[in-house]
Write a protein that binds this ligand. Sequence first.
Ligand code: MLY
Length: 265
Amino acid sequence: PAGHFSWEKYLRETGTVAAPASCFRQSATPPVNEFKAGMKLEAQDPRNTTSTCIATVVGLTGSRLRLRLDGSDNKNDFWRLVDSSEIQPIGSCEKKGGMLQPPLGFRLNASSWPMFLLKTLNGAEMAPSRIFHKEPPAPEQNSFQVGMKLEAVDRKNPHFICPATVGALRGAEVLVTFDGWRGAFDYYCRYDSRDIFPVGWCALTGDNLQPPGTKAVLPKSVGGLTDGSVESQAMHPSPSVGRPPGQRGRKPGKVKVKGALGDKA
Ligand code: MLY
């Protein structure tokens, strides 16, 4: 379809390479997603990772689940791969001698948790253990290289998976920079993070890959040692290349490009 993002074309046009699949902690064939909206499971509370909570599948996208903790509000949904080690079938926590906890920000009085839990689980559709997948092993080492392309979760808007570039390496960490965005969304993560995927992942899973942003990426510093050369641009090829000259190299600020995603979630 028109405006559909093509990695093949993009890599060719930007003269860049995709990070090999062996760099990632992702299965070679993405795990099938057999979950259904409404199913319940156990999940680590992302805001309090020592607690295991009850979560409900409120959405599905590719190999991921959109989860909401029971007893929480609808403002703190989070996404997990179906092969995440942070989700498990109901009953797993108890088997290990643990106790299910209310989520951080439980909307009722803490004393009503036991009854709430009982009512929540009564008649619930529990996700069967066969649809959970084992988490793939981590690669031995960080084998990413600066400039390699990948698909990455936008951690500020985690429903989005976007084209990204390795901007730097720092031991076991990788700087994920988002193509066509100025840096507000960049983050460092471990090389074996579950939030980064090889090029082509979304096409395989049916998850929705965002197109690159439309904001020009400016040199890191201005004056003195700044180069602003082809080299620094090549790392973050800007979709401004190819737009009419009048629209290139806009100065930063509150510039809205028609058709571009805004700045609010
Ligand atoms: N809520 C924001 C989302 C920006 C997304 C940036 N990512 C894709 C790097 C907006 O719509 O402006």
